[in-house]
Design a protein around this ligand. Structure first.
Ligand code: DGT
Ligand code: MG
Ligand code: MG
Ligand code: MG
Ligand code: MG
Length: 268
């Protein structure tokens, strides 16, 4: 078919192909969730409904899009790691990022009621997205470690802060003052000596965030088969299926990566 004279405008599209061999990370973050969490009465410092909905939405992203090998989330953010050899959408950054963001956002709304029940969704939430490329396994692991360390630092602060407010009856201004200049050990000590609370016993999901990985599982089903000149019979058929599984492991140390050697591909 002859090209129309308008066809040339296609050349105004810029090339945003992600560099080969790199892990493609898409990180989403809730837009103005400070306000969103207040307006929807999220429990402080952690609301398991909200965290559950984030994880459910991330699961939908992994199941419905191709080539995501691991994802990690905490607070109002989730990072999705595409395998380094992925050729999905010819590695076009804008395609990958917008598919992740829109699949996540629509899932967040779609599954809202499953997690929040009678609490109505008051307005449509949004998520920003960015793409970052990591050329080595070390860089990728350090990226994920950075996000998990962020989870830890924020959660430690938020836990002691809200303990001082909710149990210690301090105002938020007083709690802020009390924590100014304190180190991690000081925060642990305040919780332990004043509130009999051992931070290490706080839920793993809050301290470590949530990693989603693919888990392989064998499934045996019986199938009815009919061969020519034979009677129909039932035979067991075993196949390997994979499903997304959530964990709250430490992903900074080596153990997680040794236990899941399939996530990363060898550096060349
Ligand atoms: P942004 O990302 O620049 O549009 O602005 P925000 O307000 O989303 O800021 P961000 O992403 O740095 O901080 C996340 C906010 O979400 C923070 O105000 C706390 C809130 N949030 C996340 N998870 C929970 C939760 O489980 N409970 C409560 N109460 N708040 C949460
Ligand atoms: Mg922000
Ligand atoms: Mg945010
Ligand atoms: Mg955030
Ligand atoms: Mg189309």
């Amino acid at each position: 078919m002859a090209k129309s004279k308008f066809e040339y405008v296609r050349n105004f599209e810029t090339d945003d192909t992600c560099l080969k061999n790199c892990y493609i990370v898409v990180r989403l973050d809730g837009r103005n969730f400070h306000k969103f969490s207040e307006q929807h009465n999220f429990l402080k410092p952690n609301d398991d409904r909200a965290l559950g909905l984030m994880t459910r939405s991330a699961r939908s992203v992994m199941e419905d899009l191709d080539d995501i090998v691991v994802s990690y989330g905490q607070s109002d953010e989730f990072s999705f790691v595409f395998k380094r050899t992925s050729n999905w959408f010819k590695r076009r950054a804008s395609k990958l990022m917008t598919h992740v963001a829109s699949q996540f956002s629509s899932s967040y709304v779609f599954y809202w009621k499953e997690y929040f029940g009678d609490q109505p969704l008051l307005y449509p939430p949004g998520f920003d997205g960015r793409v970052v490329l990591y050329p080595s396994n070390r860089n990728l692991r350090d990226y994920l470690s950075w996000r998990q360390a962020d989870c830890h630092v924020n959660n430690l602060y938020n836990t002691v802060f809200w303990t001082l407010v909710q149990k210690g009856r301090l105002t938020t201004a007083q709690a802020e003052d009390r924590l100014k200049g304190t180190l991690a050990a000081d925060k642990n000590e305040i919780m332990f000596s004043e509130f009999d609370l051992n931070y290490n016993n706080e839920p793993l999901a809050h301290r470590k965030g949530t990693a989603l990985i693919w888990e392989k599982m064998e499934e045996t089903v019986t199938k009815r088969v009919k061969l020519p000149n034979e009677e129909e019979k039932e035979v067991p058929v075993t196949r390997t299926r994979r499903r997304v599984s959530a964990c709250h492991s430490d992903i900074i140390g080596d153990q997680f990566w040794e236990e899941h050697p399939d996530i990363l591909e060898a550096d060349d």
